[in-house]
Write a protein that binds this ligand. Structure first.
Ligand SMILES: *Cc1c(COP(=O)(O)O)cnc(C)c1O
Length: 400
């Protein structure tokens, strides 16, 4: 199910992954986060609660997701063995539901009547609206004005599911401002509202909590790979936005240094162009949205707007645990450009009949660089975080 009790034991009590993470928030907010941490720790050790979460992931979302041997893709490279972890087959089309069902059940357990969520592309908003409906709770979603226009279909889905969508018209009118607006609303209504955060970001205990609910991905990979290949994977690839699908896929392997973990950041038009979202490659360590992490910024230390073709990876920061794994060399992080991702989107569709989300296509794209270096017996797992229906219309125009 979820990963518990591994030797790797970060974050510490204050939420630090050594230099990264923490909870940089006003005093009154600290109490709210402390209660959340206490309740989460209790819930995580309560078998009844965990079974409740797992039963919904199983019967409602369709877990375990398959670990699929991609024969055509493997033949295309003629080396190694490529498996796809099919998170795209989850209900609502991505891994986000794993975390959302966990957090919404926790919200209910804590007595909240309403959940709130921030969203960029709308995927986390749709997953949150879905879980709220399922569990009989109200749901308010905060979304930048610009994203509301760009991601019209997801806005309609959220409304159909009964959620209220708040348009955020401050700053760049995108995800970063939607996060600020959601946090602000939460601070004003913290006794009746639970903030369901969509990625492995935010102040402690969020990165730890999101990791826990997403750790089911890597735990399944471990068991499925042992069953099919009688050994652990040699490589695990995952795209990095805030970092939740990647830490979910990596966490079960942090005690197994022989398994190489590779996170793929969105380089946008290239890390040297300024039009990029590669915060590990180009960022500086500073505080954003309640935790210390690498953030894209200008010489004066002002947060810079990020850019990526993929809305789900278009964030100027990166989850604190990935900053730590990066600093320690426990995982490696590579940039993938828009163009490389678009090519991989087409390649996987044509070779395997699987249309990946443009986010996930960043991980698929890295096979071009990795496969020529692999040994014939190497097993490579790509975490296919989501499906690409949402991207097809836009990307087809780029491919003709
Ligand atoms: C949101 C999203 C991502 C990026 O978020 P992470 O927290 O980094 O996983 C990646 N893939 C898909 C399909 C998404 O919807």
């Amino acid at each position: 199910m979820f990963v518990k009790n591994i030797k790797y034991n970060l974050p510490d009590k204050e939420g630090f992954f050594v230099e990264s993470g923490g909870a940089f928030v006003p005093e009154n907010f600290k109490k709210v986060l402390k209660r959340l941490d206490d309740e989460f720790e209790k819930a995580k050790n309560d078998e009844k609660f965990l079974n409740e979460v797992y039963n919904l992931l199983k019967d409602y979302s369709g877990r375990p997701t398959p670990l699929y041997f991609a024969k055509n893709l493997t033949n295309h490279y003629g080396k190694g063995k490529i498996y796809l972890k099919r998170e795209d087959l989850n209900h609502t089309g991505a891994h986000k539901i794993n975390n959302v069902i966990g957090q919404t059940l926790l919200a209910k357990r804590m007595g909240a009547k309403k959940i709130i969520a921030e969203t960029g592309a709308g995927q986390h908003g749709v997953a949150s609206a879905t879980a709220a409906t399922l569990l009989g709770m109200e749901c308010d979603v905060f979304m930048g004005e610009k994203d509301i226009i760009r991601q019209h279909l997801n806005v309609e889905r959220m409304k159909l599911l009964g959620a209220k969508v708040h348009s955020v018209d401050t700053g760049t009118k995108t995800l970063s401002d939607a996060c600020d607006a959601a946090i602000d609303y939460w601070l004003r209504h913290s006794d009746e509202v639970f903030y369901v955060l969509g990625s492995a970001v935010g102040p402690h205990p969020y990165p730890k909590m999101v990791r826990f609910f997403q750790s089911i991905i890597g735990n399944e990979i471990k068991h499925q790979c042992l069953e099919k290949e009688n050994k652990l994977p040699d490589y695990i690839l995952a795209c990095i936005g805030g970092g939740s699908n990647a830490i979910g896929a990596f966490y079960a392997f942090l005690d197994n240094p022989e398994v190489k973990l590779i996170g793929l950041e969105a380089a946008g038009e290239g890390v040297e162009t300024g039009k990029t979202a590669a915060s590990l490659a180009k960022g500086k360590k500073m505080i954003l949205h309640g935790k210390r992490q690498y953030v894209l910024c200008d010489e004066k230390g002002n947060v810079k707007e990020s850019y990526s073709i993929s809305a789900g990876l278009d964030y100027p920061g990166c989850g604190p645990e990935h900053c730590y794994l990066h600093d320690m060399g426990l995982a490696t992080y590579e940039p993938v450009t828009d163009n490389e991702a678009v090519q991989a989107f087409a390649r996987l569709s044509r070779l395997e009949g699987i249309i990946p989300a443009i986010e996930s296509a960043h991980a698929v794209a890295y096979l071009e660089k990795l496969m020529p270096k692999t040994k014939p017996e190497d097993i490579v797992v790509v975490n296919l975080s989501g499906r690409g229906d949402k991207d097809t219309e836009r990307l087809l125009q780029l491919l003709v």
